[in-house]
Ligand binder design. Structure first.
Ligand SMILES: Nc1ncnc2c1ncn2[C@@H]1O[C@H](COP(=O)(O)OP(=O)(O)OP(=O)(O)O)[C@@H](O)[C@H]1O
Length: 183
């Protein structure tokens, strides 16, 4: 079953054509790595897939999706466990454990370190139970343990029939289709 299908996509930002005639297709268990130089449009494409930007041309269909980007989307004044619970994700407990966040459940979000906050963003996506994960630079800020946890979470998600789109400057563990933008 297809979780993401884009045909003939074009995107203009700041008056500049970032891409056109772009086709995307992702099935259950699939993983798509968006690569390319700074400014080529990786984040913009993730945001387009998330529905936050409109294509100038083309058609996009997708399943329910969850996005982890630079925005934290968590209440800074709440304890992490409460802040994540706000999203009512069906897999919250599993997601907190998967990203090693259980010991931080009572720490206010505003006190989290960069890497801890990154783990929280990723846990929010996993907790959502959404079949399609959209991850913008998911490895940035993670330590080795965090990267391993992310790889394991992605592999388990794929095995369960989910799919992932990730924009990343670094190679990601596992079997990814690669889409090079900016060529
Ligand atoms: N809000 C905005 N308004 C206008 N132009 C924007 C906006 N955000 C980004 N752009 C432009 O869109 C282009 C693509 O940016 P984008 O962030 O998608 O690139 P990227 O491939 O993710 O880059 P990086 O590798 O640096 O993260 C850039 O030229 C950027 O200046």
């Amino acid at each position: 079953m297809t979780l993401l299908e884009g045909r003939g996509l074009a995107l203009i930002r700041g008056g500049r054509l970032l891409f056109e005639g772009l086709d995307l297709s992702l099935h259950r268990g699939g993983a798509l790595h968006l690569a390319g130089p700074n400014g080529c449009g990786k984040t913009s494409l993730i945001r387009l897939v998330a529905g936050l930007l409109k294509p100038a041309a083309g058609k996009l269909e997708r399943s329910e999706a969850a996005l982890a980007d630079e925005g934290l989307a968590l209440d800074l004044d709440l304890k992490l466990g409460k802040a994540l619970a706000f999203w009512n994700g069906p897999k919250l407990a599993d997601a907190m454990t998967a990203f090693g966040l259980d010991p931080l459940a009572d720490v206010p979000v505003r006190l989290l370190s960069t890497g801890q906050a990154k783990r929280a963003r990723l846990a929010r996506v996993m907790a959502s139970g959404s079949p399609l994960w959209l991850l913008d630079e998911p490895v940035n800020g993670l330590d080795g343990d965090g990267v391993r946890r992310l790889s394991a979470a992605i592999a388990a998600h794929q095995l369960a029939g989910g799919a992932v789109v990730a924009a990343s400057h670094v190679a990601l563990e596992g079997d990814w289709q690669r889409l090079e933008l900016g060529r």
